[in-house]
Ligand binder design. Structure first.
Ligand code: ATP
Length: 310
């Protein structure tokens, strides 16, 4: 059993950012059912806040910003935040339990890895609450077991992800971007989009190749040059085929003067890229006028960090 340092606080709040994929290359499905990925992740300024306090048993309560539908988020043991808590205590051989409060600012089932953000934030918050001093290496390993996007949620910024996306490496990024994030009230299931990707591959409608990260995108990020024409997402054909209604919204976003419009991960959230904040604000105002829910988020932003200790 690990030695516990003195607990510093009775409550810890950690903030975790949403992720987008600037590049998402998906290879053919493997025998174990997973798809090899090469992706460039970027953390953007939409956040979930996770507060942990000691409790007699594991519990989770979830609330959300206006416009975020909590419909499919479980409040029991299936919530990934509780799975994260159990994984951390198992790692240290401890029988501790906690109450977890999640405030979601990341759209649910929107392809922005909100659940993964909550898992990562819970690991960091509990580690701090109980003074566990888990090494970064161990936190990343526990995170990778919890889900492909959880390690990136820990580190934030901009990073290359490989394997299933869980092997992450930070990359230099001097860009200052603005993303207009446009959710959709009907979510898309990530496994469902991957299954449809396989169906399209069987039909020959897409031809998955060995996934690679383009060096021209990494070079542009490093020096802060425009990246709009370098964005790509191999899941777009599957997501748009499952949800043809998304094409109309995409066409509207393309009319706003964005440098590019991109599907976020497995969708259905769409992302319009701006490098000029005034153009981004004008576009946001036009969406407001059209009654289309959206958020304006800067990028890149930091990974999980403590915002309150009580
Ligand atoms: P992925 O992370 O697979 O890309 P996503 O970003 O599209 O998924 P999430 O918001 O992470 O979507 O939620 C995916 C599903 O995970 C939800 O529909 C819900 O059933 C489940 N889930 C479990 N715990 C959480 C949580 N803390 N927050 C959100 N969803 C959760």
């Amino acid at each position: 059993m690990s030695q516990l340092a003195e607990p510093e606080s009775s409550s810890v709040t950690v903030r975790a950012a949403a992720k987008i994929n600037l590049h998402l290359a998906v290879g053919p499905v493997r025998d174990d059912g997973f798809h090899p990925l090469e992706t460039v992740y970027q953390a953007i300024g939409l956040y979930d806040d996770v507060t942990v306090t000691d409790g007699p048993q594991w519990s989770v309560h979830v609330a959300a910003d206006a416009g975020i539908d909590l419909g499919s988020v479980p409040e029991g043991d299936d919530n990934i935040a509780i799975r994260a808590g159990r994984a951390l205590t198992a790692h240290h051989g401890l029988g501790l339990t906690a109450e977890i409060e999640i405030h979601k600012g990341i759209p649910v089932a929107g392809g922005m890895a909100g659940g993964s953000a909550d898992a990562a934030a819970t690991l960091v918050a509990l580690d701090r609450l109980w003074g566990l001093e888990t090494s970064d290496e161990d936190l990343l390993a526990i995170a990778a077991e919890l889900g492909s996007d959880v390690p990136f949620a820990l580190i934030g910024g901009t990073a290359v992800g490989s394997g299933r996306g869980e092997v992450v490496r930070s990359v230099p990024d001097t860009s200052q971007l603005w993303w207009l994030v446009v959710p959709h009230e009907i979510g898309l299931s990530t496994p469902g989009v991957y299954r449809h990707f396989d169906v399209l591959a069987e039909r020959g409608a897409v031809t998955p190749a060995d996934p690679k990260v383009p060096s021209d995108l990494l070079d542009a990020l490093e020096v802060g040059e425009p990246i709009g024409y370098l964005l790509s997402n191999d899941l777009e054909p599957a997501a748009y085929d499952l949800r043809p209604d998304l094409a109309e919204l995409r066409a509207r976003l393309e009319e706003l003067g964005a440098e590019a419009v991109l599907l976020s991960g497995s969708g259905p959230t769409q992302l319009a890229l701006f490098e000029d904040v005034d153009l981004a604000r004008d576009a946001a105002a036009r969406l407001t006028g059209l009654g289309i829910l959206h958020w304006l988020a800067p990028a890149p932003v930091a990974g999980c960090h403590v915002i309150e200790l009580l």
